[in-house]
Design a protein around this ligand. Structure first.
Ligand SMILES: C[S@@+](CC[C@H](N)C(=O)[O-])C[C@H]1O[C@@H](n2cnc3c(N)ncnc32)[C@H](O)[C@@H]1O
Length: 213
């Protein structure tokens, strides 16, 4: 995602502390300070401007969502959506996913979504891919036993890398398609990148996976 400085982003984030957490020094988060029920928690990592997770939160009031994004210039767009159309079951978190173990010592989530994650095409950057085994270690700690990882991308190289990385971990692949928009999959929610790249004719790959015992 091309980044530019967004005027006032930090200020808007810091004046809406009940809607968004800004991880500055990796202080642990007590999720009960934000969600007052015991509903399942689903998270999206690298949510960008938040269209996907905001729509999910609106559709599924019995699930709590955390939308995670590392750049304030991007997450501020998700915050604007919340300010316009507030979903009580959605919390935004500005942090790098690598710090999730420090932020959430006790948290159990039932689903992790990764949508159109940065592909990092150079081999020397493979560790930055959100489906690299170092990140899978983090998701394993967070996910409940039957919890699922859901991953979508139009980038075939990242998709093939991810399939291999997950199988080797080892994870079980459940659903898997190279062309989501030409299947009978119901209820797909489009992300900003999905809208952009499917309009260009790119096929959308999707998989779901669970950790083996
Ligand atoms: C290509 S964009 C996709 C955005 C959105 N998911 C979509 O499909 O429209 C990937 C996003 O992931 C974020 N990201 C990448 N690595 C991250 C990390 N380690 N922790 C949190 N966010 C990350 C980037 O800042 C970027 O906004």
């Amino acid at each position: 995602m091309r980044l530019r400085h967004v005027q006032g982003a930090k200020e808007l984030i810091h004046t809406n502390k009940e809607l968004i957490i800004d991880d500055i020094d990796h202080t642990p988060i007590n999720i009960k300070d934000y969600f007052t029920n015991d509903n399942e928690i689903h998270i999206e990592i690298g949510m960008g401007k938040g269209q996907f997770v905001h729509t999910l939160a609106k559709q599924n009031k019995d699930i709590n969502y955390i939308g995670i994004e590392k750049f304030d210039s991007v997450i501020v767009r998700a915050l604007e959506k919340q300010l316009e159309d507030k979903q009580d079951n959605l919390l935004l978190l500005r942090c790098d996913a690598m710090f999730l173990p420090k932020l959430f010592e006790q948290l159990i989530v039932h689903r992790v979504y990764l949508n159109f994650s940065d592909p990092w095409p150079k081999d020397r950057h493979a560790k930055r891919r959100l489906t690299h085994k170092n990140f899978l270690n983090i998701y394993k700690e967070l996910l409940a036993k039957d919890g699922e990882l859901h991953f979508k991308t139009d980038n075939i190289d990242l998709y093939e890398f991810s399939l291999e990385s997950l199988k080797e971990y080892p994870m079980d692949i459940g659903y898997h398609t190279y062309d989501l928009h030409n299947t009978d999959f119901k209820g797909n929610i489009m992300t900003e990148f999905e809208e952009k790249f499917s309009k260009l004719g790119n096929k959308i790959n999707k998989l779901t996976a669970t950790f083996k015992e």
